[in-house]
Ligand binder design. Structure first.
Ligand code: ADP
Ligand code: MG
Length: 743
């Protein structure tokens, strides 16, 4: 028996081998197909192995055509017997490819895709597999819409009686070639893929080896095997993100932060435990900065809590007190605070922020508050100034629209420490703004800021300042764990007393007149009203136009004798300011606006909110908008004007009528619209997954988080050699995060 030995000289030395092998050397691919695969960015075997299918077609038992079910996505197989093309008016063309077997026919139907006609013509007489939505067409003839189809070559027979992967493609790349490359890569190379997860983690989490998973992703034996493979890949992705986030969380805790002596001001309810006591002594010992600002606070007659009670015009809710306590104990600890406060609209997050800022100031530090828009910054400034001025605390506003001298003055006061509280937009973290001794940074409505901005603000202090993040919207837990996974969490889960629940109504466009009359009646009683125009995606100009139109209609129509104002994103900041001020002072009865007012605006006398074309908004966004009313003692109303286009839009609006629980609404939003939308239009690197899906795989996310914590507990730096290949992937995740939008 002769042994087939390949002489070493037949393999050119420079030819990359293993997973780096170029696709042209794959069996059944060759140089020509390799060029085609390039269009998908697939150059090496590794590229192909990680180019995962989008879905699968079970071709083991494709039923005869007579069994196609209208209203369902089906796979059909038969001979392409005819191609018909028909004009359907207005220059539109319908093309139908008729597929037949012994039992029946189905017409693959395409609209306005002339090139399909040519492709179909070329395939007449051949066997076809098609996948799409089956519908009943003219006279009960079966049609298939949104079709993906392919002709089956003779050599494809092996692809036949099995579960076939369907890959994401691009123009000019046939499934067949990708499948071939994938099959060949799996058969010859998959065992070379090193498993980045150490055995110990795989065993603990009951995960299959990576090679098995990749094989099952490309060539599944059963759908269950494919599912198991997918789960492992999803878990792995979550794990890297969780490791990255938890490492950052631990790193912040390594930094030298400020230990605000809050208990000595009578601010803490809790006695420091022995560990915390030790932390603190140690930190005090380390504190050797020249001219350190740490001075023993002046003795005062009042405790911090007394001062809080004097400062606020209301009693804090239990939840607010609890969260203030959590924040203050964080501030007392020598590690920098990195905490997220979540609470529904109107739960009183501002008061919590004010208490944190008061504590920082009373300990001899400055506090900063950063808001996402000028309107909000200004409003925070007004509120904080009102609270702090009587206590002799100086507050300044730093926003882009300040005149040069105003700006210089504010910057100077911030730099020399005269200003104890600074409120601003991202102008606060721009070059040139220095703080004398920043101790606390509060970031309001965080999801509009990137992680980088959080870091930039942190670097404004000599010791790392404490950071408190407040979100406007309740966020589903799965998102909190990803986007805010590096923060500690406090939740304000109680509303201030005496709020009357807002009545939410849903009206059709035809009922507008009644709606307007009802609003007029409330305005006559002395209330104010908001009208919100539809969101026009990605187009602020058109959105502004819509607002102008509505403004014109209302101010010359039903409300011609009332004072109507207009607010939209295309106006100059000063103009916006003036309009907001006028509405606050009740110099306006009605404010017509785009979603500019979505966050944080607080006018207690406003008791009715009319939202036009409510279908265009996300649920959380509608909930936010609704939260602008119901802030005073009056019965408030939210009126959604929308046509029920389909079952889903009815369902969505019903959720909003039924509940005022922001967390439930956010969960629903996440389910219906997906994570990107829930978090706003900005991109979040934390939400980019190849396989994992935040909704479908939320249980895996929990698992991954626990696993990450367990691993970091024993090895906080992942320094063990068994983690080496995992570390590279965690690092990649961290680089992604650093790229998150800053704007
Ligand atoms: P959000 O959490 O939406 O930022 P705000 O901080 O703007 O809420 O508070 C909403 C309104 O409720 C404000 O008018 C505020 O003065 C008021 N408020 C906050 N806390 C309380 C409380 N404990 N009792 C009564 N009113 C409160
Ligand atoms: Mg707020």
């Amino acid at each position: 028996m002769a042994l087939a030995v390949m002489p070493a000289c037949q393999v050119p030395k420079a030819m990359p081998s293993g997973l780096e092998t170029e696709v042209q050397y794959l069996k059944g691919v060759g140089p020509k197909n390799a060029m085609v695969l390039q269009k998908l960015g697939l150059k090496t075997v590794a590229d192909v192995l990680w180019h995962l299918p989008r879905r699968y077609e079970d071709r083991r038992e494709i039923p005869p055509l007579m069994y196609l079910k209208p209203g369902k996505h089906c796979t059909a197989r038969g001979k392409l017997v005819d191609v018909k093309s028909r004009s359907i008016g207005k220059g539109r063309v319908m093309i139908q490819g008729v597929v037949a077997d012994k039992t029946g026919e189905v017409a693959l139907t395409f609209f306005n895709q002339p090139w399909i006609g040519k492709n179909l013509q070329n395939a007449v007489g051949r066997q076809i597999v098609a996948y799409g939505m089956v519908r009943e067409g003219y006279r009960g003839a079966l049609e298939m819409h949104s079709v993906e189809w392919e002709a089956i070559e003779d050599e494809d027979i092996e692809e036949f009686a099995r579960i076939v992967p369907v890959y994401p493609l691009t123009e000019g790349v046939p499934q067949r070639i990708v499948r071939k490359a994938a099959r060949s890569s799996v058969e010859h190379f998959v065992n070379l893929v090193a498993d980045p997860l150490p055995d110990e983690i795989r065993r603990a989490e009951k995960l299959r080896p990576i090679a098995w998973c990749l094989r099952q992703m490309h060539l599944p034996d059963t759908m269950n095997d494919q599912l198991a493979a997918r789960q492992r890949l999803a878990f792995e992705e979550f794990l890297y993100l969780q490791l990255a986030l938890q490492m950052r969380r631990l790193e912040v805790k390594q930094e030298l932060g400020i230990s605000f002596p809050i208990s000595s001001l009578g601010g803490a309810n809790t006695v420091l435990g022995p560990q915390e006591e030790r932390d603190r002594t140690e930190a005090l010992g380390r504190r050797t900065l020249p001219g350190t600002l740490f001075t023993t606070p002046e003795p005062m007659g009042d405790t911090l809590w007394d001062e809080v009670h004097r400062m606020l015009p209301f009693e804090l809710t239990g939840a607010q007190r609890r969260v203030i306590d959590e924040v203050w104990s964080d501030m007392e600890r020598p590690v920098p605070m990195n905490r997220l406060v979540q609470g529904d609209v109107g739960s009183g997050k501002t008061a919590v922020a004010a208490c944190a800022m008061l504590a920082a100031v009373r300990c001899g530090y400055q506090a900063a508050l950063m808001a996402p828009t000028e309107i909000l910054a200004e409003q925070h400034y007004i509120n904080l100034h009102r609270l702090f001025d009587p206590l002799g605390i100086k507050t300044v506003l730093l926003v882009g629209k300040l005149s040069a001298p105003q700006r210089r003055k504010a910057i100077q006061q911030t730099a020399n420490g005269e200003a104890q509280v600074c409120v601003g937009t991202h102008a606060l973290i721009q070059e040139g703004v220095e703080f004398a001794h920043l101790g606390l940074a509060v970031i309001d409505e965080q999801h509009r800021f990137g992680v980088l901005q959080r870091l930039a603000l942190r670097q404004k202090g000599r010791l790392s300042p404490d950071v408190l993040v407040m979100t406007a919207t309740p966020i589903p837990r799965t998102l909190t764990m990803t986007v805010y996974g590096d923060l500690d969490l406090s939740i304000i889960d109680e509303m201030p007393p005496g709020r009357k629940p807002i009545k939410t109504h849903w009206k059709k466009a035809a009922e507008r007149t009644q709606v307007y009359d009802a609003v007029l009646k409330l305005v006559d009683e002395g209330r104010q009203a908001y009208f919100v125009c539809p969101v026009i995606f990605e187009n602020e100009k058109m959105e502004a136009q819509a607002a102008e139109d509505l403004y014109y209609r209302l101010s010359t129509g039903v409300f011609q004798h009332k004072r109507v104002g207009l607010l939209h994103g295309q106006m100059k900041p000063v103009e916006k300011e003036d309009v907001m001020d006028a509405f606050r002072r009740h110099d306006l009865d009605i404010l017509v606006s785009t979603v500019v007012i979505e966050v944080g605006v607080d006018v207690p006398n406003a008791s009715v909110m009319v939202i036009e074309d409510a279908n265009r908004f996300g649920l959380s966004q509608l909930h936010q908008l609704r939260g602008r009313v119901g802030r005073g003692p009056y019965q408030s109303f939210c009126i959604l004007i929308a046509e029920a286009k389909n079952e889903e839009s009815v369902q969505r609006l019903e959720v909003l009528r039924e509940t005022s629980d922001g967390f439930r609404i956010a969960e629903e939003d996440l389910r219906i619209r997906g994570p990107g939308d829930v978090m706003g239009t900005r991109q979040h690197g934390e939400l980019d997954f190849k396989v994992a899906d935040l909704i479908q795989d939320s249980h895996l996310l929990e698992k991954a988080r626990r696993c990450a914590m367990r691993v970091l507990e024993t090895d906080p730096e992942l320094s063990s050699p068994t983690y080496a290949s995992m570390v590279a992937r965690v690092k990649a995740r961290r680089r992604d995060e650093a790229l998150i939008t800053v704007s």
